[in-house]
Design a binder for this molecule. Structure first.
Ligand code: ZN
Length: 1103
C-alpha cells in the first residue's frame, strides 16, 4: 500500500493554508487583518498522508469562512498596506486600485503569492532540429559606443538626450549630440528615427527621478519554502518487471456510447456559448460508435473490436447535462436547495450508481477509451437545479458529489478541488445593470440560482444560510417587466452572469487600456527574425486592440541598453531615446513614452514599420532584460496595464542576469531533475511589484537556447500574465513556428482583456480553500489579484471540508471576477456551481470526474516538483491512483474479486496517470530540455482543463479513410468525425495515416505503405518518398479527401483559442520521436507500458 501521495490534499481539517502557494513574501499576518484567528499552517498537498480524520472539528472558525466583516466596514484603500512598498523614487505614488473586491472584505494586508506557474496555452514544441545547442550568445562583435550627452529637461545633468542624425544601422555610434532632442533635427534618411543616446554615468547623488531599483523591504530576499518537504520516504515505484506476456487476452473493448445523441457536453446553461474553445466537442449524433478501429495488419491486431452497444458506464457518463433550457421557476416558499428531501438526492444517485460504479477489471478490459471525448459527469442534483447549474467548461469539480465530512473525503483518497475557466469567451452572457447588486449581507455572496426564497421578501443565502431581505428594486423583473417575481430575475436564473458595477466597486476611476511592448533587439533577436513578424502583426491588428478612445500604447526595446520611443503627438516621426545606465534606470521623457493610441497612431505605425530594419545590423549580444522590465514597470506605474515582453536569450547583463543551469548531457540520464525553481527572486519580486500596481507581464520566449524559464517565468506567474514559448524559433528554418507565432499574436492582441481584476472564490459554510493553482498573486485566503485577466486562463483550487456537512443537501461555490473592461467599465462576472452532498463512499466514487481529478493532480505535481523533487511528484501521482483504487476495493466493493478493479467512472484514471508520468513535464529518462519541461509545467497549471487534457492524453485518429458517415455539418461544411484511438503503436498501420492532436501541436503521421490515394489526394504528392520533410500545411486540393481532412483539422483547431501547428511526418522524420513518445500505452526504454503499469498498481494495491 502506498502511503505517500496526494491523499493529504484532501486536507486534514487545518484551516486555510496556502500549501505550496504559501506566501513567502508576507508570511506574517498583520495583526487584526486576516482571516481568522486560526494560525495558518503550512499545508503541503502532495505530502504524505493526511491524518485519517481531522478529529472533532473544533469550534467553527468563523473567520475561515466568513469572508470578511460585513461590509459596513468597507475599508478604503487603507487596507492596501499589503503590497505597500516603500515608495521608491520619484514616481507618483499611485496607489493601485486594489480594485474594490467583490467582497466587502478589506483588501487584506496579507499577501500570499502562490506558486503556480503559468503558461499560456500557446505552445509549440517541435524539436525541430536536433542541432539545438545551448550555446551562449555569439561573442560580441564590436563594442558599441555610447556618448554622454547633455541633460535634457528634467533629466539629470549628466544625461542628455540627443538626436542622432546618423540614424540607421550605426546604432551604437551616435553622432555628436545635438543640444535638443525634438526640434530642429535633420531627419536621417530612411526609416530611422532620432536616436538619443543617454549615457548614464551612475548619477551621483541626485539621480534622475528614478526609482530605487526594486528594493521592496517587504520582501524577503529568499524564496520561502513552499511548505515542508515531504516527510518520510515516499514509496518509490518499483517496476517489478511485469510479465510482458500475452496480457490482454480477453480484450473486451468498451465501446462507447451509442445512443445516437452524442454526449451533450454542455449543460443546460443556455446563455453560455459552448462553441468557443470548448471542451472536446461531443460527437455528432450518429457518428459511428465503437468497433470502428481501422483494420490492422495481422501483427498489430490483438484486440477484439468493441461491441457495438454503448457501454452503460459511458452512457451514464454521457448523460446530457440537461435538456433544453427551460425557464426555471423556483417555487416561492418551496424547498430551497438546502431543504430538498434527502430522498431526492439519494434517488438520483442510486439511479446512476450502477453505471458509474460498474466494476471494471482493468487488466482484462483492454479497450477502455471511448471513441469520443469524455463529457464531464453530471452532478446528481434535483433536475431543476441541474438545468441551471454552471457550465462545466467554466466551473467544474473533481468530485461532483461532495463528501459530507473530511474523514469521508480522506477515505476516498481522491483530491477535492475546483477547476475554473472564469473569463472564457462566451457568445451569450447575461449582463445586468442595476444600481443594487443583491448580495448576502453576511458573506457577500451574490444572489444566484441556488438561493432559496422564503417568501417574496426574503431569500436565504446558499453559502452561509443567512436570511436576507429582497430589496425593493429586485422585486421588479426587467426581463418580464413584471413586479413581484424576484425569483424570475436574471440573477436567479443564470449560474453565470455579469454585472456592471456601480461606483462603490471602484477605488479609483477605471483606468484606460494600456499596452506596453518590450522588445529584445539584440543580435540574437534580430537573427530569429521575430521582430518583423511582431511589428507586422501589430500593424495588422492595431485597430483590434481592445480599448476605447483613452487607450495608451508604448514601446521599449533593449539589448545592452534600454531604448525608449517618444511618440508624442506633433512629432514628425518617432524619436528614440537610449538610456545606457542600466543600473539605475530612469525614464528620459516620462510623459511622452506612453501615448494615446488614437491620437498618435501614425507615429506608432511609423515606428512599427521602421523597427525591424533599425537594428538589422546590430552586433550587440547582451541582454539587459531586468533593467528593461524595471523601466517598463516605471512607465506603467500610474495606470497599470499590460506588459508584453519578447525575449530571445538568457538575460546576461545587469539586474536579473542569469546563467545557464542546464547540462545537456544530463537531460536523459539525471536521476532527478534540478533547477526547476528560480535561480533568483528578482523576477518574482518585480512581478509582485507589478501586481501591486495592476500591471501584468506576458512573456514571449523565442529561443533555441536555454533561457531559464524557471526564473523568467516568475515575472508572469505572479503578475497573472501568460507565457508563450517558441523553442528554436527562426523565421526561415522553422516556418511552422512562424505561423504559430503569427496566429498566437493575432489572438493575443485582439482577445478580450480585463484590467485591475480580482477574483474571489466563496464556498458554502463548512468548506474552505487551501491552495490555488494558476497565475496570480494570492491576496487573501480566497482572493486572487489579477492585474490582467484573459479568456484563455484557467485556474484550479484545492478544497477541504472544515466542518461536517451533515445537514446539507447541497453546497455551492461561487467565483466572482471583478475587472475593468477595456472600455473602462467596472464589471463583475459571477459563476455559481451547486453540488450535492453525499455520505457514502460509493456515492463519492460515482461522482468522480476523472479528467478534473487528473488536471488537479497535474497542478499539484508541478508544485511538488518544485518544492520537493520530480521523483516525489511522480511517486505521488502513482500513489494517487493506487490509493483511490485501493479505497474503492476496500470500501465500496462488497464482493472481493481478483484483478485490478476500478469503478467505470475511474477506468481511465491509471491511463491518465501513466500519461502524466510520460508527459514532458514529469517524464524521466528521456532527453527533455529544461525549458521545455518548465513550459509544460506552466501549461498544466495555467491552461483550462480541456486543453491540458489534450496535452496529457493526446487524441489519435485515423485520417486516411475519413468518410461522411456520422459527420458534423457546420456552416455547410462537412466535418468527418473519426473515432478516437488508443495511443499505442498497435493501432497504427503502415497502410494508413494518423492524426495526433496533442492540444498545442498536431502530427500527421504517414505510414510507409500509405494508400496512394491519400498521398495524391490529400498531400498532393505522388509517392511516400515524395512527402517533404518539413511539411506543415496541407495543400488545398480540390478533392473530397483533401476537403474532408482539412475540414477535420480546421474543426479541431477552431475549438481552441490558440493555434496548434501541424507537422506532417514520415517514418524517417526527425519529428517522429515526438509523435511516438505520445504512444502512452507502449513501453519505452525508460517507462512502463500501460499494462505493466497496471500490474504495478495491482501489486501495490494487493500488498
Ligand atoms: Zn451568505
Amino acid at each position: 500500500m502506498s502511503t505517500a501521495g496526494f491523499n493529504s490534499q484532501n486536507g486534514t481539517g487545518q484551516t486555510y493554508a496556502n500549501g505550496p502557494s504559501q506566501n513567502p513574501v508576507a508570511p506574517h499576518q498583520l495583526p487584526g487583518v486576516g482571516y481568522g484567528s486560526t494560525p495558518q499552517q503550512t499545508y503541503n498537498p502532495m505530502q504524505a498522508k493526511a491524518s485519517p480524520l481531522p478529529g472533532p472539528p473544533g469550534p467553527y472558525p468563523v473567520c475561515s469562512y466568513q469572508p470578511g466583516a460585513p461590509f459596513a466596514s468597507y475599508p478604503a484603500p487603507s487596507g492596501q498596506s499589503m503590497l505597500t512598498r516603500p515608495m521608491m523614487g520619484g514616481p507618483p505614488s499611485h496607489t493601485p486600485p486594489q480594485s474594490a473586491s467583490p467582497g466587502p472584505r478589506p483588501p487584506p494586508a496579507q499577501a500570499t503569492p502562490p506558486p503556480s506557474m503559468s503558461s499560456s496555452s500557446y505552445y509549440t514544441n517541435p524539436q525541430q532540429t536536433p542541432a539545438w545547442q545551448y550555446n551562449t550568445a555569439p561573442p560580441p562583435m564590436g563594442a558599441p559606443t555610447s556618448i554622454s550627452t547633455p541633460p535634457r529637461g528634467p533629466a539629470p545633468p549628466h544625461v542628455s538626450p540627443t538626436a542622432s542624425s546618423t540614424g540607421s544601422s550605426t546604432a551604437y555610434s551616435p553622432a555628436a549630440p545635438p543640444p535638443h532632442v525634438s526640434h530642429g533635427v535633420t531627419q536621417p534618411p530612411g526609416p530611422q528615427m532620432h536616436r538619443t543616446p543617454l549615457h548614464g554615468y551612475p548619477p551621483p547623488g541626485s539621480g534622475p527621478p528614478s526609482m530605487a531599483p526594486m528594493a521592496p523591504h517587504t520582501y524577503q530576499p529568499n524564496r520561502a519554502p513552499f511548505g515542508p518537504p515531504p516527510t518520510g520516504p515516499l514509496p518509490s515505484m518499483n517496476p517489478a518487471p511485469p510479465p510482458m506476456g500475452p496480457p490482454m487476452a480477453h480484450a473486451s473493448p468498451q465501446p462507447p456510447k451509442a445512443d445516437g445523441t452524442g454526449p451533450q457536453a454542455t449543460n443546460s446553461f443556455n446563455h453560455v456559448d459552448n462553441r468557443m474553445g470548448g471542451s472536446p466537442q461531443p460527437g455528432p449524433p450518429g457518428r459511428h460508435l465503437g468497433g470502428h478501429y481501422p483494420t490492422l495488419p495481422p501483427g498489430y491486431q490483438n484486440a477484439a473490436p468493441p461491441p457495438s452497444a454503448m457501454h452503460p458506464a459511458i452512457q451514464a457518463a454521457t448523460q446530457p447535462y440537461s435538456q433544453a433550457p427551460q425557464p426555471y421557476q423556483q417555487p416561492l416558499g418551496g424547498p430551497g436547495p438546502a431543504q430538498l428531501s434527502p430522498s431526492l438526492a439519494a434517488m438520483s444517485l442510486q439511479s446512476s450508481t450502477p453505471e458509474a460504479l460498474r466494476v471494471v477489471n482493468l487488466l482484462q478490459e483492454r479497450n477502455l477509451l471511448p471513441p469520443i471525448p469524455i463529457p464531464p459527469p453530471t452532478p446528481c442534483l434535483q433536475q431543476e437545479l441541474q438545468k441551471i447549474n454552471c457550465n462545466p467548461e467554466v466551473f467544474r469539480s473533481t468530485l461532483t458529489s461532495i463528501p459530507q465530512t473530511q474523514s469521508l473525503l480522506n477515505k476516498a483518497k481522491m483530491p477535492l478541488g475546483l477547476l475554473l475557466h472564469p473569463f472564457k469567451d462566451l457568445s451569450q452572457l447575461p449582463v445586468v445593470t442595476s444600481s443594487t447588486i443583491v448580495r448576502c449581507r453576511s458573506c457577500r455572496t451574490y444572489i444566484n440560482p441556488f438561493v432559496s426564497f422564503l417568501d417574496q421578501r426574503r431569500w436565504k443565502c446558499n453559502l452561509c444560510y443567512r436570511v436576507n431581505d429582497v430589496p425593493e428594486e429586485f422585486m421588479y423583473n426587467p426581463v418580464s417587466r413584471s413586479y413581484g417575481e424576484p425569483h424570475k430575475r436574471p440573477e436567479v436564473q443564470n449560474a453565470t452572469i455579469e454585472f456592471i458595477a456601480p461606483s462603490e466597486y471602484m477605488l479609483r476611476p477605471p483606468q484606460p487600456a494600456v499596452y506596453l511592448f518590450i522588445l529584445d533587439v539584440s543580435h540574437n533577436a534580430v537573427e530569429t527574425g521575430y521582430l518583423s513578424v511582431f511589428c507586422q502583426s501589430l500593424l495588422d491588428n492595431i485597430n483590434g486592440l481592445p480599448g476605447d478612445s483613452r487607450t495608451k500604447i508604448g514601446f521599449v526595446t533593449f539589448d545592452s541598453t534600454i531604448h525608449f520611443y517618444n511618440l508624442q503627438e506633433g512629432l514628425s516621426q518617432p524619436q528614440m531615446l537610449i538610456v545606457s545606465d542600466i543600473d539605475d534606470i530612469f525614464l528620459p521623457t516620462p510623459d511622452s513614452l506612453l501615448v494615446n493610441l488614437n491620437e498618435c497612431k501614425e507615429l506608432v505605425q511609423d515606428l512599427l514599420k521602421s523597427l525591424p530594419t533599425l537594428f538589422q545590423k546590430t552586433m550587440e549580444t547582451q541582454s539587459a532584460l531586468g533593467s528593461a522590465l524595471q523601466a517598463a514597470y516605471k512607465l506603467l506605474l500610474p495606470t497599470g496595464g499590460r506588459m508584453s515582453v519578447f525575449q530571445t536569450q538568457l538575460p546576461n547583463l545587469g539586474v536579473g542576469a542569469l546563467q545557464s543551469r542546464e547540462d545537456p548531457n544530463q537531460r536523459a540520464s539525471a536521476k532527478d531533475i534540478h533547477h526547476l525553481s528560480p535561480a533568483t527572486d528578482f523576477y518574482k519580486k518585480l512581478a509582485l511589484d507589478c501586481s501591486g500596481q495592476q500591471v501584468a507581464v506576458d512573456l514571449f520566449l523565442l529561443s533555441s537556447q536555454y533561457c531559464d524559464l524557471a526564473s523568467l517565468g516568475c515575472i508572469s506567474r505572479y503578475s497573472a500574465g501568460s507565457v508563450y514559448y517558441y523553442p528554436s524559433y527562426h523565421h526561415q528554418h522553422n516556418p511552422a513556428q512562424v505561423e504559430c507565432f503569427q496566429k498566437d499574436l493575432k489572438r493575443y492582441l485582439t482577445r478580450k482583456i480585463g484590467f485591475e481584476a480580482v477574483m474571489r472564490i466563496r464556498c458554502s459554510k463548512g468548506m474552505s480553500i487551501h491552495t490555488f493553482h494558476g497565475n496570480f498573486f494570492v491576496r487573501s485566503t480566497d482572493l486572487l489579484s489579477l492585474p490582467n485577466v484573459n479568456p484563455d486562463a484557467g485556474f484550479a483550487v484545492q478544497m477541504s471540508i472544515e466542518e461536517n456537512l451533515d445537514d446539507m443537501q447541497n453546497v455551492s461555490f461561487q467565483a466572482a471576477l471583478l475587472y475593468t473592461s477595456s472600455k473602462g467599465e467596472r464589471r463583475i462576472r459571477v459563476h455559481t456551481l451547486c453540488l450535492p452532498v453525499v455520505n457514502s463512499l460509493s456515492d463519492i466514487f460515482a461522482g468522480a470526474d476523472v479528467q478534473a481529478i487528473t488536471g488537479l493532480l497535474a497542478c499539484m505535481a508541478v508544485d511538488r516538483s518544485a518544492t520537493a523533487s520530480l521523483s516525489d511528484a511522480r511517486d505521488a501521482m502513482t500513489n494517487a491512483a493506487i490509493d483511490s483504487l485501493t479505497s474503492f476495493r476496500q470500501s465500496v466493493l462488497s464482493i472481493q474479486q481478483p484483478g485490478l478493479l476500478a469503478p467505470a467512472c475511474l477506468r481511465l484514471f491509471p491511463l491518465f496517470i501513466l500519461a502524466l508520468l510520460k508527459q514532458k513535464a514529469f517524464r524521466t529518462g528521456t532527453s527533455t530540455r529544461l525549458d521545455e519541461r518548465l513550459f509544460a509545467m506552466c501549461q498544466l497549471k495555467y491552461q483550462p482543463l480541456v486543453y491540458s487534457m489534450l496535452m496529457i492524453h493526446p487524441a489519435l485518429y485515423r485520417v486516411d479513410n475519413l468518410s461522411d458517415e456520422g459527420a458534423l455539418n457546420i456552416n455547410e461544411r462537412t466535418v468527418p468525425q473519426p473515432p478516437l484511438l488508443q495511443l499505442s503503436v498497435e493501432k497504427l498501420s503502415r497502410e494508413a495515416a494518423f492524426l495526433m492532436d496533442a492540444g498545442t501541436v498536431m502530427y500527421l503521421w504517414v505510414g510507409r505503405s500509405c494508400h496512394p490515394g491519400f498521398l495524391t489526394q490529400v498531400l498532393g504528392v505522388a509517392s511516400y518518398a515524395a512527402v517533404p520533410d518539413n511539411l506543415y500545411l496541407l495543400p488545398e486540393l480540390d478533392t473530397a479527401e483533401s476537403q474532408r481532412t482539412r475540414a477535420f483539422i480546421g474543426w479541431l483547431r477552431d475549438q481552441r483559442p490558440f493555434f496548434p501547428p501541424l507537422h506532417v511526418i514520415r517514418d524517417e522524420s526527425q519529428l517522429k520521436p515526438m509523435f511516438m513518445q505520445n504512444m502512452i500505452e507502449d513501453r519505452t526504454e525508460s517507462a512502463l507500458s500501460y499494462y505493466e503499469f497496471l500490474l504495478h498498481l495491482q501489486q501495490q494495491i494487493s500488498k
